[in-house]
Design a binder for this molecule. Structure first.
Ligand SMILES: [Zn+2]
Length: 125
């Protein structure tokens, strides 16, 4: 078992505008199947407009914003849960006045046809 404070993981620039990502759990600390990332988007910022072959499982911790999908635009706030299905184009946007912070889980298993680097909020090697 491992426990640590999220602040021990450095925030890296993520694709998009004013977006940061902390890879809290991934292969580097022993996970085999899932990755937990903490995303922070500053006011006015956004994630990249993108899609990929894996889903996102999101839990909003704080802040306000929205996620724009292919057919809808949904409001985000503290406690909002989001499932972004694979291959759906999406973009997170902070239209509030404070940082938008959310956890975003993805599988670590890479699709045979590509890697996570193609997506946004990508993992910096
Ligand atoms: Zn995505």
């Amino acid at each position: 078992m491992k426990t640590f404070n999220f602040k021990e993981v450095a925030a890296q620039n993520a694709d998009g505008d004013k977006a940061k990502i902390r890879w809290l759990i991934n292969e580097a600390n022993g996970a085999e199947n899932f990755s937990m990332r903490l995303i922070e988007i500053a006011p006015g910022g956004s994630s990249a407009h993108h899609s990929h072959e894996w889903e996102h499982e999101v839990f909003v911790l704080e802040g306000k914003g929205y996620i724009k999908g292919e057919k809808s635009k949904e409001t985000l706030g503290k406690g909002t849960v989001v499932l972004v299905p694979k291959n759906e184009v999406h973009q997170f946007k902070n239209d509030g006045t404070k940082p938008l912070k959310f956890l975003c889980m993805i599988p670590l298993k890479k699709p045979a046809s590509g890697s996570y680097e193609r997506g946004s909020l990508s993992k910096k090697e």
